[in-house]
Each structure stands twice: as structure tokens, then as C-alpha cells.
Design a protein around this ligand. Structure first.
Ligand code: ADP
Length: 400
């Protein structure tokens, strides 16, 4: 079944055409700088790749270019749009309303708009993508797959914040978590790989990339996750500060005479690995600088590992033990030094990884030794494939 996966941002639109049964990506691409100067179209289909400026004043123009390219006799992969069974859209915030992917109807669209509370720009951009695709492909089912849905199984003690209750009641202010599609993907695969009972195994997923986040999962259900009301909470990330003393933002505002938006910018874009190292937000650059003796780069790496060990430790407590630990995303799939430091810091829990196996990059692998009390896997994440598979499942349920 061919599923077109769309991730629509305010000035970009990423897409992949995926065969959800074969779990195979056929083409992928990106429309960039929509509605601003120098718009660009990127497209990759095995032998045929396009990287060229194209006029894209609106998302409608971008979708027109993408569909035209899919049908192109030279670079395309389909003969007719009828070959696409459905479109799966990434939607960032499902608020408290969505715990599963949903077929797009007028009610779904209204709920997406209402759920956007804390990520209004993201949800609005996602909705634009949905509406443009609805018009461009009439009659083709559209499915919304929510970043927050996977985390909806968290119990109140995990998702509530210790602030006056009225903020929850009136404004739905609580932990939501993000990138549920990544956790969902690696959880499903870990359930296939584990020697424990998938119905009850205690799993911690570590998505370590530019954005980094963890989830504590029991029998496939999320119990806790490190991102919160927004993606700023949790471990320090490429440019995000992660969890800090909540008194710091107003102090930064007062010290720098900054507006709340400027403080938000500092915490989201100038902090984390970049803010500490002063080198880069990219782990490869930071590791290279650390190897050359750059003390701030070394400190950033140490802080990252220390915070990871603390979060995982707290999740081991929440789960009452641990059966399986999964590393994924750019850093988790590639950086053997970070994986080793984190696993060494968790040695008390009986985790033991094999140093040879730990050299693996970008491949699924078992890192733990035969004697390790905890299985340790690397599972490359694939959020687009997760969206395609979940979209196909919604279609099957709708047909049934
Ligand atoms: P995003 O959160 O943007 O999806 P990724 O999951 O692609 O990010 O992760 C990007 C991060 O992964 C970057 O900091 C990059 O340095 C790091 N990374 C990618 N490849 C390697 C590698 N071979 N070794 C170490 N780090 C890597």
C-alpha cells in the first residue's frame, strides 16, 4: 500500500512515498523556503535526484510540484495519483484529545486547531498541509498522526506539574511529550527483538539527536517521557537548555533586559551543547573539539552523559527495574563514546555492553553481552515509516 507521508512546516514541506507493507521508502524530498526568497526543491529517487530552485509562493505550489514530480515519466515512481492509498500527516500536537492517529474529517481539523495550544505555529502549518493535500487529492483519505499520541498513556502523576491546578483545568498545561512516532517505531521493533514478554517488558528509549528525549515504557505503553509541555524540557540538546531551575528564565530576562520571546530564543536556540561548548550544536564537531582538548566541549559532553544517566536512572525507578534499553537517532545510532559513557554510568543496574558490538553505526544491533542483566539495542528510528504504518492501520480499521 503506497502512503504519501507529509511533514508540513510553516515554510517547508517534507515528503516521502512509502510502501507500508514492504516497509520501503520509494522517494523522498523537501520543498524549502516556501513563500520566502530563494525557494528550493529537493527530490531523491534512487538514480534520479533533483536539487533546484523552484517558484513556491504557497504550500499549494509546493504540493503541485511534488505531485507533478511523482508522476514525471523520468523521475517519478507512479503512473497515476490513484496508486496512492492515503496521505499520512505528521501533526505536532494532539493536545489531550488524541491518543491515536485519526482519519481527517472536519471535526478532526477543528480538534487539531483546538489542540494546538502550546505549539500554535506548528499545528497551523500541519493543518495547512492537510488542507492543501485534501484539495490536490480529492477522495484520497488523509490521516493525522500525532507526535503526542504515544504519550497519552502517561498517568497523571507523571504528566502533571506542581503548579496551581487551575493552569491544568483552564489551559491544559501539563506534560505531553513529543516525537511519539519515534518512540512508537523503536518500541514496536524492540518488542520483536526482546527475549522478554513484549506484553510486560520494561523498556527505556533514548532518542539522542539534535533533539533528545527519553521514554519509560511498560508493555508498549508510555509511563513517562522527558519532553514536557514543550520540547524544551528534559536533557540538554543541540541548542535547547533542557530542564533548568525555573527561576533562571526571569533572571535572564532581567539581566539582559530581554522580552519573554527573547528569553525563549536564548533557551531554545543558544543553549544546550552549543551554549556550553561554544563550538557547535553538532556532536561530531563537539567530539572533535573535545578530542583536541577543548575544555568547554569536554564539559558539554560530560554534562550530556551525566544528565542522560540521571534521567534513565529515574525511569528505572519508575519502571521498577529495566529489561531493555534502546539507543536511536543521530547520536544514539552513531556515537559509541556517548553510548559507552551512558552504559558505564548505569553499570549498577547490571548493564554490560560488548565493546566490539558497540562500534556499530546506523545499523540495528544488540550491544549487550550475554551476561548483561539488561538488553541494550541500537534501533535506527524512522518516524516517516512509523507514520506510514500507522496511516495504513487507520485505513484498514476504517475499511473493516
Ligand atoms: P534531529 O534531531 O535533527 O533529527 P539527528 O537524529 O539527525 O537529529 O541527529 C543529529 C545529531 O547526530 C548531530 O548532532 C550529529 O552530530 C549526530 N551524528 C550524526 N552522525 C554522527 C556520527 N557518525 N557520530 C557522532 N554523531 C553523529
Amino acid at each position: 500500500m503506497l502512503i504519501l507521508v507529509i511533514n508540513s512546516g510553516s515554510s517547508s514541506l517534507k515528503f516521502q512515498l512509502i510502501d507500508s507493507e514492504k516497509k520501503q521508502m520509494l522517494v523522498k524530498g523537501l520543498c524549502e523556503r516556501i513563500g520566502i526568497e530563494e525557494p528550493f526543491f529537493d527530490y531523491e529517487n534512487g538514480g534520479c535526484s533533483i536539487h533546484e530552485p523552484r517558484q513556491m509562493d504557497t504550500h499549494k505550489d509546493a504540493v503541485h510540484i511534488l505531485l507533478e514530480t511523482l508522476l514525471d515519466p523520468e523521475c517519478g515512481v507512479i503512473g497515476s495519483l490513484d496508486e496512492i492509498a492515503a496521505v499520512g500527516h505528521r501533526v505536532v500536537h494532539g493536545g489531550p484529545h488524541f491518543s491515536h492517529p485519526a482519519l481527517v474529517t472536519e471535526e478532526t481539523k477543528e480538534a487539531i486547531l483546538k489542540s494546538s495550544g502550546w505549539c500554535p505555529l506548528h499545528n497551523q502549518a500541519n493543518l495547512t498541509g492537510i488542507e492543501v493535500l485534501e484539495k490536490a487529492m480529492p477522495g484520497v483519505p488523509q490521516v493525522a498522526v500525532f507526535d503526542t499520541a504515544f504519550h497519552q498513556t502517561m498517568p497523571p502523576e507523571a504528566y502533571m506539574y506542581g503548579i496551581p491546578y487551575e493552569y491544568f483545568e483552564k489551559f491544559d498545561m501539563r506534560r505531553y511529550g513529543f516525537h511519539g512516532t519515534s518512540h512508537e517505531f523503536v518500541t514496536r521493533r524492540a518488542a520483536e527483538m526482546t527475549k522478554h514478554d513484549p506484553a510486560s517488558f520494561r523498556l527505556i528509549t533514548c532518542h539522542l539527536g539534535n533533539g533528545s528525549f527519553f521514554a519509560a515504557i511498560k508493555g508498549g505503553r508510555c509511563l513517562d517521557t522527558s519532553m514536557g509541555l514543550t520540547p524544551l524540557e528534559g536533557i540538554m540538546m543541540g541548542t535547547r537548555c533542557g530542564s533548568i531551575d525555573p527561576a533562571i528564565p526571569p533572571f535572564i530576562g532581567k539581566l539582559g533586559n530581554c522580552t519573554p520571546d527573547e528569553v525563549d530564543d536564548i533557551l531554545n536556540k543558544k543553549s544546550g551543547m552549543l551554549g556550553i561548548s561554544g563550538v557547535s550544536m553538532d556532536f561530531r564537531d563537539i567530539q572533535a573539539a573535545a578530542a583536541e582538548g577543548n575544555e568547554r566541549a569536554r564539559l558539554a559532553v560530560k554534562m550530556f552523559c551525566y544528565q542522560a544517566i540521571k534521567i534513565i536512572g529515574s525511569y528505572i525507578a519508575a519502571l521498577g527495574g529495566l529489561d531493555t534499553l534502546v539507543f536511536t537517532a543521530g547520536v544514539g545510532e552513531n556515537d559509541e563514546m556517548i553510548r559507552k559513557s551512558i552504559c558505564d554510568g548505569l553499570a549498577y543496574s547490571g548493564i554490560e555492553i560488548d565493546q566490539e558490538r558497540n562500534l556499530i553505526r546506523r545499523k540495528e544491533a544488540i550491544l549487550s553481552t550475554e551476561d548483561s542483566a539488561v538488553e541494550v539495542f541500537v534501533i535506527p528510528t524512522n518516524e516517516e515509516l512509523s507514520i506510514a504504518v500507522q496511516t495504513a492501520e487507520v485505513l484498514k480499521k476504517t475499511d473493516a
